[in-house]
Design a protein around this ligand. Structure first.
Ligand SMILES: Nc1nc2c(c(=O)[nH]1)N[C@H]1C(S)=C(S)[C@@H](COP(=O)(O)OP(=O)(O)OC[C@H]3O[C@@H](n4cnc5c(=O)[nH]c(N)nc54)[C@H](O)[C@@H]3O)O[C@H]1N2
Ligand SMILES: Nc1nc2c(c(=O)[nH]1)N[C@H]1C(S)=C(S)[C@@H](COP(=O)(O)OP(=O)(O)OC[C@H]3O[C@@H](n4cnc5c(=O)[nH]c(N)nc54)[C@H](O)[C@@H]3O)O[C@H]1N2
Ligand SMILES: [Mo]
Length: 821
């Protein structure tokens, strides 16, 4: 066991959770067979102990400090030893023959040739050089990133971007897929992005809330993973909440089209709402609060701006002459008018805490529900009170667990230490934008030079010729696979660095095998927000096959253009780990004493004591003059002059209800494609990570395919039985999936979880996806001219039983290896 008894006890005492000492502590795990050892590491899925024997990971068990481990730990072994691991550097056959003149339609043809590391890195370097000299920085996009594995030193997005940055400038992204609409709208409304901010502490919520409204929020599912090593404290609070629901001390309502995992766990009330119609429901609640004088005029007067500009719209005196009454909203959102009034009254009755999830802003006009949610919370007048107001993050990385207040270790730097170190100093983007909204890069490939409105400015889409991906999987994360496939035909060169043969690797030209995080030493914070401690992530096994750490790969790339020293700062892996630790130790000083590095590495963990209760927006409430919000006025902006000045047709000066391009339950497009496809985050994966873990997939796959969840009523309507192979389709694409009938789903709503690996029958556009990636069907449009974020949850489909001989699943196991001729 790499964690000493002393280090462990320190950790236990800090959380005041002495009860968690279990038998595992008393019996040293290393007392097993002589050649077996236990090592501790961390991950998105939490910290764990692994039993190593014969150079292999044999068993994975939760870390002693984790009281609520996720079952996803069971997938780790299958991830390391997956048949999809990339064994050696490979280059696409057609591309190697013809380079940038290769027929682009062959990209994705799955024919690769094995090359040496030297050859692969030479090719990568030559391509960077060719792009910078033949075109310029505008032709290279190396700025996409994603859910790299944990560990502050090996954070692979940083490694790739620093290395490519030492060579020259390139196009980057702004925003992310998670909260793209939320993080753009909320600074106008509440003065900060809110989504990643610390939230009111759970203990204070328990003490003060009468009602918690989970709005489009499934924390029991989503708190299983964290951005850094997850502690699962959030899960612990959910279990406490379950007890409070049971004894009646707190009421919880889950407003969601689906009965979520959380709703089932808490056994709380469920308020069904038609998909994508939350803003109509919120307007009707606001209407009731106003009509029945149940809102808080003093709060509105003291802390907000623009209520009077909003009121005419609400009360039917605006341009559209439509009163947003419960009777108006009822047929849109599928909730009876009296029921809506009842909801409004209950919200106004006591202390009410809104907790929003993020799926509801990952749809067309996704800015609106967040803005209107803030307006509702302002009308209730409880923003800044413990257990009241609004939160947009309690389902994420244990936000709401009171933080220690200590500093976490920093990461390997993303950028060159100085711009002078870059080989190519040319930063002339020829009028193209050097930064584009994260989800709009496919637009750039298809329409280079197009001018796109974005958040009050104009973006000119660059003419991208080469893309480099590391630690992200765009062939999972981006919407509308077939459109994207067409767009990829415009690219000359694609490079991917990954440990697994994701679809992105298959659609690349040069593929470099990284090792997994379990094959390198690292350091991480324990608890992304709570900062409970610092964890040593011990290398469990050597890099498999010819894989190398991202650090090793990128250092060797930099050697090719004489920037090896600048890249590494002359330090190796352990020197970096130590320096990140020492910086953290210095920052924490006397307040949070940390032992010298050697002792830490030996003991494996340093705990930070203390837990500081926190109330979101309390300082603003206390004194809005001294602690103004970051909005233009310093107040909560119900009407935003700034947004109104942009004159966007799809994001006006105050929140409004707008019809969607596609909407179920009688909305546009529902006659042809009657089912709403929601592509929520997976219960047993992290996006596409672990989909390749066969033992994990066995827990949920149906006939070897990704499940599509649907109601019994829809199953009857479409002639489908539980366990059937089905084709799910619309005008954008088609996929095979396995039907799972579930009481959690209402008629008209189906779910395929995001991250299912894309496995097309062939490279051609429109080809049937044999495994079930929902982005084969989703729509690739911006949320609005304001945020230009992803609209994945605006998507209609139809479904039919698949008859005939089912094609083999092509998603897993890597490409066909072509022998050099
Ligand atoms: N297990 C697991 N946990 C994760 C992740 C993972 O991949 N796996 N990913 C992490 C990441 S990166 C992120 S961004 C977060 C994602 O966090 P979220 O985006 O909040 O998660 P989702 O599950 O996609 O959606 C949450 C809920 O929104 C509901 N919903 C969708 N559309 C509507 C609507 O129109 N109206 C209403 N009322 N409800 C709606 C869905 O039914 C679902 O219950 O999760 C994080 N946690
Ligand atoms: N339809 C639909 N689409 C969605 C969403 C949705 O709700 N619906 N959600 C969106 C959201 S919120 C998000 S955050 C994105 C997630 O999108 P991504 O972050 O792109 O998804 P991941 O599957 O986590 O991809 C990470 C990739 O990095 C690789 N990787 C991990 N660690 C390392 C490493 O150390 N080194 C190297 N070289 N590679 C590594 C993994 O193998 C994997 O291929 O998806 C978005 N897409
Ligand atoms: Mo995300």
């Amino acid at each position: 066991m790499a964690i000493s008894r002393r280090g462990f006890l320190k950790g236990v005492l800090c959380g005041g959770a002495v009860a968690m000492i279990g038998p595992s502590l008393l019996v040293p795990a290393s007392a097993d067979a002589a050649d077996e050892i236990w090592k501790v590491s961390g991950s998105h899925w939490g910290a764990f102990r692994a039993r190593i024997a014969g150079g292999m990971v044999m068993e994975v068990k939760p870390y002693d400090l984790d009281q609520n481990p996720t079952q996803m730990l069971e997938g780790i072994k299958g991830l390391i030893y997956s048949s999809s691991r990339i064994r050696y550097p490979m280059v696409r056959y057609e591309w190697l023959k013809n380079r940038d003149k290769a027929n682009p339609a062959t990209r994705g043809d799955n024919r690769f040739i094995r090359v040496t590391w030297d050859r692969a890195l030479d090719l990568f370097y030559q391509e960077l050089e060719r792009i910078q000299t033949q075109y310029g920085p505008w032709a290279l996009h190396a700025g996409q990133n994603g859910w790299r594995q944990t560990g502050q030193m090996h954070s692979c997005n940083n490694h790739m971007q620093r290395a490519v940055g030492l060579h020259g400038y390139y196009v980057r992204k702004v925003g992310d897929y998670s909260t793209g609409a939320g993080q753009v709208i909320l600074p106008y409304v509440l003065g900060s992005t809110e989504v990643y901010a610390q939230g009111t502490s759970w203990p204070l919520i328990f003490e003060n809330s009468d009602l918690i409204v989970l709005w489009a929020n499934d924390p029991a599912k989503n708190l299983q993973v964290g951005w850094n090593c997850e502690t699962h404290e959030g899960q612990g609070y959910l279990l406490q909440l379950r007890d409070k629901v049971a004894d009646g001390s707190i009421k919880v309502i889950s407003i969601d089209p689906v009965k979520t995992k959380t709703q089932n766990l808490l056994n709380c009330e469920h308020q069904y709402v038609n998909p994508q119609t939350d803003v109509a429901l919120m307007l009707a609640i606001a209407h009731t609060l106003y009509r029945e004088q149940r809102y808080d005029p003093t709060f509105i007067e003291t802390y907000t701006l623009g209520f009077n500009e909003f009121l005419p719209y609400l009360m039917g005196e605006g341009e559209d002459k439509t009163e947003k009454s419960p009777e108006w909203a009822a047929p849109i959102c599928g909730i009876d008018a009296e029921q809506i009034k009842g909801l409004a009254r209950r919200m106004a009755e006591g202390r009410t805490q809104f907790m929003f999830g993020w799926g509801v802003q990952r749809q067309q006009h996704g800015e609106q529900p967040y803005w209107m949610g803030a307006v509702l919370a302002a009308m209730l007048g409880q923003i800044g009170l413990p257990g009241g107001g609004i939160s947009y993050g309690h389902h994420y990385s244990s936000i709401g667990a009171p933080g220690s207040g200590a500093s976490a270790p920093g990461a390997f730097p993303l950028n060159p230490d100085s711009d002078d170190e870059r080989i190519h100093k040319n930063k002339d983007f020829k009028g193209y934008s050097s930064t584009i909204p994260v989800a709009r890069w496919v637009d750039a490939l298809l329409e280079p030079g197009k001018k796109v409105p974005f958040n009050g400015s104009t973006v000119t889409l660059p003419d991208i010729k080469m893309m480099v991906f590391s630690g992200c999987n765009p062939w999972h994360h981006q919407q509308d696979r077939n459109r994207m496939k067409r767009a990829f035909h415009t690219l000359e060169t694609v490079v991917s660095i990954d440990y697994t043969w994701s679809a992105t690797c298959r659609f690349s030209d040069i593929v470099l095998p990284a090792c997994t995080q379990f094959e390198r030493n690292d350091i991480d914070v324990y608890g992304s927000y709570s900062v409970r401690g610092v964890l040593a992530m011990k290398k469990l096994v050597d890099p498999l096959f010819q894989s190398r750490s991202d650090f090793h790969i990128m250092a060797d790339l930099c050697r090719r253009f004489g920037r090896h020293k600048q890249y590494t700062r002359g330090m190796g892996e352990m020197a970096w780990v130590e320096s990140l630790y020492e910086e953290c130790r210095k920052a924490n000083g006397e307040k949070f004493p940390m032992p010298p590095f050697a002792q830490f590495w030996e003991e494996g963990y340093v705990a930070f004591e203390g837990a500081n209760p926190f109330v979101r927006h309390a300082d603003f409430r206390e004194d809005p003059e001294i602690n103004p919000l970051g909005t233009p006025s310093g107040f909560i902006e119900i009407f935003s002059r700034k947004i109104a000045s942009y004159q966007y047709d799809n994001c006006k000066g105050h929140p409004i209800w707008m019809e969607k391009a596609e909407r179920s339950h009688g909305g546009p497009g529902s006659e042809k494609y009657p089912l709403w496809l929601q592509s929520c985050h997976p219960d047993m994966r992290l996006h596409s990570q672990m989909c390749e873990s066969a033992p994990m997939r066995d827990k949920y796959a149906v006939q070897g395919r990704e499940p599509v969840y649907l109601s019994a009523e829809d199953a009857r309507r479409f002639g489908i039985k539980d366990g059937d192979l089905v084709r799910v389709f619309n005008d954008r694409g088609q996929l095979l999936a396995g039907a799972v009938i579930s009481d959690n789903f209402p008629p008209g709503v189906v779910r395929i979880q995001e991250g299912a690996w894309y496995g097309p029958e062939g490279a051609e556009v429109g080809s049937l996806d044999t495994y079930g990636d929902p982005n084969t069907l989703s729509m690739d449009i911006g949320t609005s001219k304001l945020a230009q974020a992803t609209s994945a949850n605006t998507c209609l489909v139809s479904i039919e039983k698949f008859t005939g001989k089912p094609p083999e699943v092509t998603a897993f196991g890597g490409p066909d290896e072509v022998m050099p001729s």
